[in-house]
Design a binder for this molecule. Structure first.
Ligand code: OAD
Length: 244
């Protein structure tokens, strides 16, 4: 399944960078965004995932986030998340960048995932910026309020039209510049700037590998395409690296 070239690269103390998307959490039961059962088939992103929509109708946006927080609270990381946490323990120069907001990488033991799109279990006050975790929110009212200043809370995720957290982007760029091996795992490679990251890595000399159940716009440009579920391929990769 894996080329000799890839397995050899792992023997050379490489800087390994992994970018993950919704596909890595699919096997945990988190719906992806695109595709047949994707969230954006049933819901319109422009009505739910942008600041104007939130100001117009915070109740609907909060119902949608409460629903997704509920999903995330009741699921567990899968073998793909655990394999990445193990890869991090095996290689001192390992960086994990994720577009996911579900926090499953943390829960699987990854120490410092770079969360490009925030974290759905964290919320912040629009007025005073105080942070609240999901577990601290009351069920009612649907729109939670800040216990310090009474301001409205919002989920601490990046919505369409918003800037990515600056430090996350800086950390991601730094890791990518140094990458010897770059993996794009379970992402449709459509949303910027994450979609450009594999290209940045490749242009700075990284060996580019994609893991996905379907080909994407990135596939023609990768050095190696591994077709299948990340929860199966990543644990197998670890086995093979250990063997060699
Ligand atoms: P998408 O839903 O666009 O893509 C998920 C990808 O995972 C697809 O390419 C699937 O083929 C693949 N996939 C599904 N199951 C898989 C599995 N078991 N193993 C491997 N691959 C699998 O999700 P993202 O690319 O993460 O942003 O979407 C990017 C961003 O768009 C999200 O972070 C979100 C969304 O709008 C914001 O909300 C800001």
């Amino acid at each position: 399944m894996f080329s000799e070239k890839l397995l050899e690269k792992f023997q050379e103390n490489p800087v390994v960078v992994v970018l993950t998307g919704a596909g890595i959490s699919a096997e945990s039961g988190v719906p992806t965004f695109r595709g047949e059962d994707g969230l954006w088939k049933k819901f319109k992103p422009e009505e739910l995932a942008n600041f104007d929509a939130f100001i117009r109708n915070p109740e609907i946006v909060w119902e949608w986030y409460r629903y997704r927080q509920e999903i995330v609270r009741n699921i567990e990381p899968n073998p793909g998340h655990y394999a990445l946490a193990e890869l991090e323990r095996m290689f001192p120069d390992f960086y994990l960048i994720t577009q996911n907001v579900d926090g499953l990488h943390f829960r699987a033991g990854s120490q410092n995932p770079i969360e490009l799109h925030g974290n759905i279990m964290r919320n912040r006050c629009l007025q005073c910026n105080k942070y609240f975790m999901e577990v601290d929110l009351q069920k009612e009212p649907v729109i939670p309020k800040c216990t310090e200043c009474g301001g409205i809370l919002r989920p601490d995720v990046v919505w369409f039209g918003e800037q990515l957290p600056q430090q996350a982007l800086i950390n991601a760029e730094k890791a990518i510049n140094e990458a010897n091996i770059f993996f794009s795992v379970g992402t449709s490679a459509l949303v910027q700037p994450a979609a450009s990251m594999p290209f940045w890595a490749k242009s700075s000399g990284a060996y580019l590998v994609e893991i996905n159940i379907m080909e994407t716009l990135l596939t023609p440009y990768v050095d190696e395409y591994l077709s299948g579920k990340s929860g199966e391929i990543l644990p197998e990769l670890i086995k093979q690296i250990k063997k060699t």
